[in-house]
Design a protein around this ligand. Structure first.
Ligand SMILES: [Zn+2]
Ligand SMILES: [Zn+2]
Length: 402
């Protein structure tokens, strides 16, 4: 066994150079051509078999120990957000309106570091490792929708697209940086890690008219008001209180409305999140039922469309426990927090955990001094975390493929 922490630390300067370059040149989902080129070149230089163009810009490097064993798949996402960077750091984004505000540049860097160390130590494990670089974790950018549909994928994030192209094998791991967790610590959910996330869109249509004579019109506003209450009641009245589930209404509008006019239409857009696929199916069925029933009772019509978003990330409990013990070798005993508290945000890695046993873990990067959350234009990575992330991937690989 080699000294993982020491070898990862020795890579620090190289990792910082890679990270800063990626951070300067962020690319949105399915458009990560420069990023995936850098990844593919790096993996080839490590002597790995590399597949490119999976799910448009996805890359998979396969490192075979040459000895029989299991397959471990490690995922890094590589897209940026459509956010204008506001930090004053000297390696800030050079692409206007684009920023690596979710740390995916760090994820790529850490996994490349692990690829380098593990390819230099093929004798230290059995089986093979698939280094998987996923495009468009942050759902599909509007400008790329047509390209993705033309390529034969009708989902959102890159995970499902890569799986459709046959990358899935073995067990899967992923790391995400997290400013809400202190640097030097790792947080792992025992089971429910991140929620599923779906969008619904309801258009209620009545008949417009003069506000002085509503009896000559069909007002969709009372229907909308009833529907808002009914939607909010769903989780408490139709879903067990033992389930984690939330429904929100994020947009309400009366298109083209004026104060003294009965509007013709009322529009509601919202989302729901849960961890249980049965609850997810129930909500998908009940929201349009409520919309249609309430619309009918109010002499209106309802059109409800839904966009299937991300699956819940469900960590494999036995693996989560193994990862937590393994990573104590990197961050020290007592610094890995195993939690039963899930996160209601979502992660496209959930798609992998719906098919194979997997674990998503959070690598702490919080410094305690004015930390900004993920997706914030002032988000800043603690660069000392780069070799720690690399060491985590390597330690996990050595454990699961011993
Ligand atoms: Zn994100
Ligand atoms: Zn992210």
């Amino acid at each position: 066994m080699f000294d993982v922490k020491k070898e990862a630390a020795a890579l620090s300067a190289e990792l910082e150079t890679i990270y800063k370059d990626l951070h300067r040149h962020p690319e949105i989902g399915y458009d990560e051509h420069r990023t995936s080129g850098i990844i593919a070149d790096y993996l080839r230089a490590c002597g790995m078999e590399v597949q490119t163009g999976i799910a448009i810009t996805g890359v998979v490097g396969t490192l075979d120990s040459g000895r029989p064993g299991k397959t471990l798949l490690i995922r890094a996402d590589m897209d940026c957000l459509q956010v204008e960077e506001m930090t004053a750091c000297d390696y800030r984004s050079e692409n206007p309106g684009k920023m690596h505000a979710c740390g995916h540049d760090a994820h790529v860097t850490m996994l490349l570091g692990a690829a380098k160390l593990l390819s230099a130590h093929r004798d230290a494990f059995r089986g093979k490792i698939k280094f998987l670089f996923e495009p468009s974790e942050e759902s599909i950018p509007a400008s790329m929708k047509e390209t993705v549909r033309a390529a034969g994928y009708d989902g959102e994030g890159g995970a499902g697209f890569m799986i459709q192209q046959g990358v899935l094998e073995g067990v899967a791991l992923a790391l995400h940086v997290q400013p809400a967790v202190p640097a030097g610590k790792i947080q792992i959910a025992r089971h429910e890690a991140t929620a599923s996330s779906d969008v619904y869109d309801i258009m209620l249509t009545g008949k417009g008219g003069h506000g002085a004579m509503p009896e000559n019109a069909v007002d969709p506003v009372p229907a909308m008001a009833e529907l808002i209450t009914a939607i909010h009641m769903l989780p408490t009245r139709e879903v067990s209180s033992m389930e984690n589930c939330v429904i929100s209404i994020g947009q309400v509008e009366l298109p083209g409305s004026v104060w003294n006019v009965v509007p013709e239409r009322a529009h509601i857009v919202g989302g729901f999140r849960t961890f249980n696929n049965d609850v997810r199916a129930l909500l998908r069925q009940r929201i349009p039922e409520l919309a249609e029933g309430i619309a009918k009772a109010n002499r209106c019509t309802a059109v409800c469309t839904q966009t299937l978003g991300y699956d819940a990330t469900i960590n494999d409990e036995a693996m989560a426990l193994e990862v937590s013990r393994t990573l104590e070798n990197i961050v020290g005993e007592g610094n890995v927090i195993l939690t039963n508290k899930p996160f209601m945000g979502s992660e496209d890695f959930g798609c992998f955990t719906q098919h194979v046993p997997g674990v998503l873990f959070w690598l702490g990067i919080g410094t305690g001094e004015d930390d900004k959350p993920l997706h914030n234009p002032y988000f800043k990575m603690d660069l000392q975390a780069l070799p720690v992330g690399t060491a985590c991937h390597v330690q996990n690989a050595l454990h699961f493929l011993k």
